[in-house]
Design a protein around this ligand. Structure first.
Ligand code: CTP
Length: 402
């Protein structure tokens, strides 16, 4: 599973630092190439020599003490690795990551790398529940960092609660899950649309919708992780582009239509997660519309249905559509699947708590034209993206057995 994978284990200063030895040892036994970067306080808990011996590589500690080439070492390492796991991750390192502070070797690599980052928090449960830490964790999750644990149980400070570092075996399993399927879509090109289009009424107003773009961004990340060259055609969304994904920004449904159609012939997969406005104002005022006390009627004209157009034009492409519904979920979704000629339709009831717009989780069903249906429990949008990738790989004829 880990053969040829280059993994950086970041160790920060908590009592669980001694367990980093087991993380390193397990990864080595599974044939990973392991590097270790420790913060200075981590060295108070476990000797660099231990981790050096287990990883069979020199351990990075201080930025300026590094032997030879210190000035490029952190960048070279950042570019070299496939994943980083910070275990244990203290409140301090997660806060530094959230605000982008780089004041030692590990935090600098974390800022410079495009590799997938995992953190295994470890701290006293009161610290873990502090709003500052929870807010920082939410920021990290939003950027695609995977949080492993923490576990619940006896804590070094003598109390019980959540905040213990997950066991090394679980940490290694999380990494393993990430690498499963990381070459399924190698050589394939994918296009994802995301966000809610905005249809201008005048220079200061638009008609929009509640889409946050999170679902589409998570799918783009999952496709990229699976090795696909991924283009994200995004309506306005306040989200960071996932590492390695190329983003094309659009505002209106018509702009999205142009951007998608122009690239359709060169891609193998299209996932239409965007919430596209079905109508746009018939007229766009050149100046701000002024109120005069009377009623205002807007005339709206239909936008093209991008997905339906792709469904008509498709040759060998795999087409994935979404159905965001507020009632009769499965019937409406089924009809959309047929009407738009897609290979898979992701149905979600946007009124359910934990699903739909703005949420970081979703509750979806996958519908297939042959009548198959898979219902998923509530999970993160990234996990939904990963399940979708597995189905896409299957539709493209890739063997996905583990
Ligand atoms: N879609 C699209 N172009 C549009 C409208 C929708 O490509 N002009 C795509 C969406 O990206 C999504 C799917 O079609 O993948 C279904 O979108 P949805 O808004 O659920 O359905 P509509 O087709 O707009 O139907 P309705 O509004 O009647 O539910």
């Amino acid at each position: 599973m880990f053969s040829g994978r280059k993994i950086l284990v970041g160790v920060t200063g908590g009592i669980a630092a001694y367990k980093a030895a087991e993380v390193v040892s397990r990864l080595r036994k599974l044939n990973a190439e392991v590097r270790v970067a420790m913060t200075k306080s981590a060295t108070e808990f476990i000797a660099p020599l231990t981790l050096q011996s287990l990883s069979t590589n020199p351990v990075y500690v201080e930025m300026f003490n590094e032997p030879k080439l210190w000035n490029v070492e952190h960048i070279a390492l950042a570019e070299h690795i496939d994943a980083v796991v910070v275990a244990p991750a203290t409140a301090n390192i997660m806060t530094k990551m959230a605000i982008g502070l780089a004041d030692d070797f590990l935090s600098t690599v974390l800022l410079a790398t495009h590799a997938q980052i995992f953190v295994a928090p470890a701290m006293n449960h009161a610290m873990y529940h502090h709003p500052a830490i929870q807010a920082n964790l939410a920021i990290l999750k939003d950027r695609g960092v995977q949080i492993i644990g923490p576990a619940t149980g006896f804590q070094a400070c003598g109390t019980e609660g959540d905040g213990r570092m997950s066991e090394p075996v679980e940490i290694v399993e999380s990494l393993a899950r990430f690498f499963v399927g990381s070459d399924w879509l190698k050589g394939k090109k994918a296009l994802v649309t995301a966000g809610g289009t905005q249809e201008p009424l005048d220079p200061v107003r638009y008609l929009g919708n509640r889409s946050s773009g999170r679902m589409g961004y998570a799918i783009a990340q999952a496709l990229q992780e699976a090795g696909a060259e991924t283009i994200l055609v995004s309506a306005p969304a306040n989200l960071a582009t996932p590492p390695g994904v190329s983003r094309v920004s659009v505002q209106t449904a018509l702009e999205m239509y142009e951007a998608v159609l122009a690239r359709f012939s060169e891609v193998d997969v299209v996932v239409k997660a965007a919430a596209v406005a079905d109508y746009r104002p018939a007229f766009q005022a050149e100046q701000k519309i002024k109120k005069d006390g009377s009623n205002l009627t807007l005339e709206l004209i239909p936008n093209p249905d991008i997905l339906a157009e792709l469904g008509r034009k498709k040759t060998s492409q795999i087409l994935i559509g979404f159905a965001a519904e507020t009632e009769n979920l499965l019937t409406n979704a089924q009809n959309k699947m047929i009407r738009k000629n897609v290979n898979l339709l992701v149905a979600n009831d946007v009124t359910k708590p934990g699903a739909g717009f703005g949420s970081s989780t979703n509750i979806v069903s996958f519908l297939f034209p042959d009548g198959r249906r898979i219902d998923f429990p509530q999970m993160s949008k990234l996990e939904v993206g990963r399940h979708l990738v597995r189905e896409i790989a299957g539709l493209l004829g890739v063997e996905t057995k583990e």
